[in-house]
Design a binder for this molecule. Structure first.
Ligand code: 6PG
Length: 632
């Protein structure tokens, strides 16, 4: 069902810009109520002003709150217009608090001379040049307003505002693939008016936007296009255009197609799985043109996009403010009803965390695949395995566990579908990038690398078949693994996986000065996304106290309880030649990470031996580097 959204139009600008005249005319034309902010001052403020004492921020605070309350009250019933100078951003933030998605700003802008001349022409009004100057000094230009030149005739100004606010769309969706379509419907279901664009390709993609609009009731007020210029012109300024096209070169091509039609302050949002380095470059490119680029991770697949995905946006903070009401409204909600969307950090940080999300996802998926192969090796069929995994939901629930249970139960002609699926795993690149990043940053996220390489090994199907003929099969297994021990092993490995993933983000955040809040990130991953789980919910609290999961007291206790089973299960698998790359990597990483005195001294000695790379000594705490002439 479509929700009709009421809006409050705030008309702002310095004294004398014509707010009241325009506000009245606009209200008349739109047939909605008009309120002059000045009529809502407290008696104390009125007394102060009539004694010629200028109001300070404290005086204004209560007044702005009153106006915010008025707006909220009106919104319950209908749209309305409120005029108020609102010169500072902090005033505007107060006015729109809690009603951000219902707020539209119009800034009536003129030069000092223009406004001074106007005021002095009015018989009933006087303002000294100094007072007017102080208004201009206080004015902080809004980035999210429709700015109108006051030299236009009042009726033309009203027409312009109507055209922009009443006729144009609030948000643009570029690219109507599966994700683009679902996000558009999600926006429309939340009462936003959207413009939809899909390219025209003869015989292949014809009238995609129009047909899509006509198929869905909630898109009744949406505008549909296959012409870029018309699409851009259909959007309120600053324009907000979300690209849902293939990551890679297509993004640059689309930016170049849009560019000639965009204006200063417009915002392009890339919601695909783009490489974070590319996002940084695009962010800089648009910044040089006084435009904004927001790279955002979006997780949750088709259903998430429609009903509430997890959203990971990054870029300039002021640009984020403009898209915040849209993204936070359509995002999934966490257990406290807060949106699973938060400002991640500057430039490419949103796509970086989405890339790591996918790295964690790869390892979580691989762990379940390994669990499946262990349980299969103990002679269980998919239904029996599904029953066991069903029981794990009590302590180890996750979206991926849930879908794996469903997958295992799915039958086709009395046989399990899983038996018919070719064992060659695909990938679209994010796991590969995450592994490159982990190597580049020197932050060992070894499990995502193992999971990625397990997919690559799987891809060599023909070679595997041939190799099995050379070396014999591993089918005569005598695995002794209880499902309880396996659950503990699985949970152990998942903790290591999350430790590594968040560790990689922490490292990047420090290196690139992104200042990412890990707990907040875990929070937006508790809903809507592929790696949502009960463990993630636990991590929200844990990451408030530490940025290294393995250092948490709660986790130390859990690991100590789980580890003995992990040792046994992984050893059993290795003795029985059952490949468990991710489970064993969890153990190997943990053992290395918890070894105070490692064998890296041998590496240092070897490096110094053949390359004079020097080493530090354990008996010299100064950190000095030594070289030994090893052949003497
Ligand atoms: C998500 C998914 C989604 C997609 C990835 C991974 O969070 O919704 O991660 O983005 O599944 O593209 O795909 P590959 O497994 O093909 O690399």
């Amino acid at each position: 069902m479509t929700v009709k959204k009421n809006n409050v139009i705030f008309i702002m600008g310095v004294s004398g810009c014509g707010k009241t005249t325009i506000g009245n005319l606009l209200a008349e034309s739109l047939r909605i109520p008009f309120f002059d902010g000045d009529d809502f001052h407290s008696q104390a403020n009125v007394d102060k002003m009539s004694n010629g004492i200028p109001l300070n921020d404290e005086d204004r605070y209560g007044w702005l709150q009153t106006l915010n309350g008025l707006a909220k009250e009106q919104l319950e019933k209908q749209s309305c217009i409120i005029v108020c100078s609102a010169l500072k951003q902090s005033y505007r933030d107060l006015l729109s608090q809690g009603i951000e998605k219902h707020t539209k700003w119009v800034h009536l802008a003129g030069t000092f001379d223009q406004i001074e001349a106007r005021i002095n022409n009015r018989s009933d009004h006087f303002m000294s040049s100094a007072l007017l100057q102080s208004q201009f000094d206080t004015l902080e230009q809004p980035t999210d307003a429709l700015t109108i030149d006051i030299s236009l005739k009042p009726e033309d100004i009203v027409e312009k505002i109507r055209e922009e606010i009443d006729m144009k769309s609030e948000f643009g969706l570029f690219g109507l693939g599966v994700m683009g379509k679902s996000l558009s419907r999600n926006l429309a279901n939340n009462g936003f008016r959207v413009s939809l664009f899909n390219r025209h390709v003869d015989g292949l993609e014809e009238d995609v936007a129009v047909n899509f609009k006509n198929e869905h009731e909630e898109l009744a007020s949406a505008l549909a296009f296959d012409d870029i210029e018309a699409f851009v012109n259909s959007l309120q300024r600053p324009r907000k255009i979300m690209l849902m096209v293939n990551a890679g070169k297509t993004i640059d091509i689309v930016i170049d197609l849009l560019m000639p039609h965009l204006s200063e302050g417009d915002i392009i949002i890339d919601g695909g799985n783009s490489n974070y380095n590319k996002t940084k470059a695009r962010f800089e490119y648009l910044k040089a043109k006084q435009m904004h680029f927001i790279g955002t991770g979006v997780s949750g697949g088709e259903e998430g996009a429609l009903k509430g995905p997890s959203i990971m946006p990054s870029g300039a903070k002021e640009a984020y403010k403009n898209v915040q009401p849209y993204l936070e409204t359509i995002a999934a909600k966490d257990e406290n009803k807060l949106p699973c969307c938060t400002y991640v950090g500057p430039e490419g940080s949103g796509h970086f965390v989405k890339m790591v999300h996918n790295g964690i996802e790869y390892a979580e998926m691989q762990l379940l695949a390994e669990v499946f192969s262990i349980l299969s090796a103990t002679g269980k069929d998919p239904d029996e395995i599904a029953d066991i995994l069903e029981g794990w939901k009590v302590t180890a629930n996750s979206y991926l566990l849930e879908i794996t249970v469903d997958i295992l139960r799915k039958k086709e002609n009395k046989d399990w579908l899983i038996h018919k699926i070719l064992d060659k795993a695909g990938n679209k690149g994010t796991g590969n990038w995450a592994t490159i990043a982990t190597a580049q940053l020197g932050a060992p996220s070894t499990m995502m690398a193992s999971a990625l390489f397990a997919r690559y090994i799987s891809f060599y199907k023909d070679d595997r078949v041939e190799a099995q003929q050379h070396y014999g099969s591993h089918n005569d297994l005598s695995l002794e693994v209880s499902s309880e021990a396996l659950l503990n092993t699985y949970q152990f490995a998942r903790i290591i996986n999350h430790h590594q993933g968040f560790g990689l983000i922490q490292q990047a955040s420090g290196t690139y000065h992104w200042n990412i809040n890990l707990s907040e990130l875990a929070r937006i991953w508790t809903g809507g996304c592929i790696i949502k789980s009960s463990l993630m919910v636990e991590l929200v609290e844990i990451l408030k106290d530490t940025d290294s999961i393995l250092k948490s007291e709660t986790i130390i206790k859990q690991i100590k309880a789980l580890k003995p089973d992990a040792n046994k299960v992984v050893s059993e698998c290795i003795l029985n030649e059952l490949p468990v790359p991710c489970l064993s990597e969890a153990l190997n990483f943990f053992n290395a990470f918890t070894t105070a005195d490692s064998s890296a001294n041998i590496i240092q000695a070897q490096r110094d031996y053949f390359g004079a790379h020097t080493y530090q000594r354990t008996d010299d705490g100064s950190g000095k580097f030594y070289h030994t002439n090893w052949s003497e």
